[in-house]
Design a protein around this ligand. Structure first.
Ligand SMILES: Cc1cc2nc3c(=O)[nH]c(=O)nc-3n(C[C@H](O)[C@H](O)[C@H](O)COP(=O)(O)OP(=O)(O)OC[C@H]3O[C@@H](n4cnc5c(N)ncnc54)[C@H](O)[C@@H]3O)c2cc1C
Ligand SMILES: *[C@@H]1O[C@H](CO)[C@@H](O)[C@H](O)[C@H]1NC(C)=O
Ligand SMILES: *[C@@H]1O[C@H](CO)[C@@H](O)[C@H](O)[C@H]1NC(C)=O
Ligand SMILES: *[C@@H]1O[C@H](CO)[C@@H](O)[C@H](O)[C@H]1NC(C)=O
Length: 472
């Protein structure tokens, strides 16, 4: 989808570098330039008394704010589009790159820190978070700085709890970062991922212009300020259950079975698994009543021994899931993993300092979209996604997808690789090492688009799409 592509490039927007062309003006003039168009109470320099608290406001992971972390020169918190435009214009003029922050959930903190020393500014969209729902059209405009929880709540309220939006499980995730990288959650099997439901967007491009999706075209990029999304219908009551199964009660067998059942169930039923401390916990949401769910479970997944006492009927908006904030990485599984391997994994996760594994079933609407239709390539043939702690990464290699070993872009992991600057642009060849894991065959297409729009690679971060310019 255009907007996801847009993001891949937006991402690219961020990192300045030692190689940035020297600007004619000194970077000391950057704050002065900002002050000319942005009210001073919306600009926080390192000397502002509230700089530290504004910076910390949406940092999820203390690992990413230890002393020595490369911090921004300043943080701009726009209250309207013109402030974001001014930040881009001043940044270009004074050779300062910009990183955009919404919910701050990036696993590597790239929205507010740099991995190597550089001068950069953060545009934090936290003040731009309104949600405007059009119930009759089943659409909404949501500003990037809103959280998905705020979006869900506003949609439920405006629609008498009959409309919803298919995106992530954690209510504090920011709309801006989340939509652009894909965005999956409880409704993914029924309706696919967030980016598939984006119908328009408003953004500030690299020249500081304000564009909508029509004007920006398919391959443009910038700071997305606002998104128009298509909402989806949900029944008045959905049913949730949580069934923990310990190793002693047969977790290994039930999990082995789930691998093939979970992705093949009817689309109304989502069952994910969290493996931790010798227990596999099956968490589910079903778009219907407990009675109907029990019939499905008896027929399709009797091994779980789910019964009525586990059912919790509620409105969709009441389903509130969990929050994790460790460094994690991701994998995709295309062939069921054998029982013996699962037994080993359980042993592994039962060690002191235990890890955690979250398995999310694919199939349904998420698999019905062709791989090349959006940059998000993990489609048909994927059984499930795994999110986990790194210890198991090497051990799992034989059992997960290969060539490339696929990974989810929104679970960003710099251990998969970083850009290498050759001459003065990120190298397309070197970027393949991480780019093909996140985007598979779409990586090249994205790089060609980047080569057209930003051949100088002015907008860059540690994992941004490098420009590929075909030799004529
Ligand atoms: C606790 C937790 C739970 C999660 N649960 C899920 C889940 O259920 N499903 C799922 O799919 N993912 C999940 N994720 C991953 C999440 O989708 C990504 O981390 C996402 O990028 C977060 O968006 P953000 O706005 O909060 O992050 P930020 O850190 O603010 O931004 C992330 C990236 O997007 C860029 N960006 C942000 N806003 C914009 C914008 N307006 N325009 C252009 N670029 C922008 C930033 O520069 C940065 O590179 C989870 C992450 C955490 C920490
Ligand atoms: C944005 O805010 C500034 C004040 O900083 C104001 O002058 C300007 O008119 C506003 N622009 C829009 C489009 O609302
Ligand atoms: C449901 O299953 C649990 C655990 O197996 C059991 O303790 C309980 O008695 C069962 N309840 C019903 C109503 O069957
Ligand atoms: C850097 O990029 C510019 C174009 O922006 C180009 O003219 C110049 O030759 C490049 N320099 C090097 C060292 O590659």
């Amino acid at each position: 989808m255009a907007v996801l592509r847009l993001r891949a490039l937006v991402l690219a927007v961020c990192l300045v570098c030692f190689y940035a062309p020297a600007s004619s003006a000194s970077s000391g003039d950057f704050p002065r330039c900002l002050s000319a168009s942005i009210p001073s109470e919306l600009i926080f320099t390192q000397r502002s008394p509230s700089f530290a608290s504004v910076l910390a406001s949406s940092i999820r992971n203390p690992r990413l704010s230890t002393p020595g972390t490369v911090r921004p020169l300043c943080i701009v918190t726009p209250t309207n589009a013109s402030h974001a435009q001014a930040a881009v214009l001043c940044g270009r003029r004074h050779g300062i790159r910009i990183r955009v922050r919404n919910g701050g959930h990036d696993y590597e903190g790239l929205s507010y820190r740099s991995v190597q020393p550089e001068a950069f500014a953060v545009v934090d969209l936290a003040n731009l978070r309104s949600v405007r729902v059009n119930r009759a059209k089943a659409t909404a405009w949501v500003d990037s700085g809103a959280t998905v929880g705020e979006l869900y709540h506003a949609v439920a309220k405006a629609s008498g709890e009959r409309l919803a939006f298919p995106a992530g499980l954690c209510p504090t995730i920011g709309v801006g970062g989340h939509f652009t990288g894909g965005g999956f959650g409880l409704l993914q099997r029924k309706y696919g991922i967030a980016v598939g439901h984006v119908i328009d967007a408003v953004l500030v491009d690299a020249h500081g212009s304000l564009l909508d999706k029509k004007a920006m075209g398919r391959d443009s990029f910038g700071i997305v300020l606002s998104w128009r999304v298509r909402l989806v219908p949900v029944p008045p009551k959905v049913t949730a259950f949580i069934v923990p199964v310990s190793v002693d009660d047969g977790a290994v067998d039930v999990l082995t079975t789930w691998q093939e059942v979970g992705p093949a169930l009817l689309d109304d039923l989502f069952i994910r698994v969290i493996v931790q401390n010798g227990v596999a916990t099956f968490q589910s949401q079903y778009l219907g009543t407990c009675d109907a769910l029990l019939a499905v479970m008896r027929g399709r997944f009797p091994e779980l021994r789910m019964n009525r006492s586990y059912c919790r009927e509620m409105s969709w908006a009441e389903t509130t899931p969990m929050d994790t904030s460790n460094k994690a990485t991701s994998d995709y599984v295309r062939q069921p993993i054998g029982r013996g391997v699962w037994a080993e994994i359980f042993n592994w996760l039962a060690r002191p300092n235990p890890g955690l594994m979250i398995l999310g079933p694919y199939g349904g609407a998420i698999s019905a979209v062709p791989e090349a239709a959006t940059p998000f390539p993990h489609r048909g043939g994927v059984l499930y996604n795994i999110q986990w702690i790194r210890d198991l990464y090497a051990f799992m290699a034989p059992y997960v997808s290969k060539n490339p070993r696929e990974a989810y872009f929104n679970y960003r992991d710099l251990d998969l690789g970083r850009n290498v600057v050759v001459g003065n642009v990120s190298s397309y060849e070197a970027g393949k090492v991480w780019g093909e894991k996140y985007f598979k065959g779409n990586y090249k297409r994205l790089a060609l688009a980047k080569g057209k729009i930003d051949p100088d690679d002015y907008f860059r971060n540690e994992q941004s799409i490098p420009p590929l310019v075909p030799r004529s």
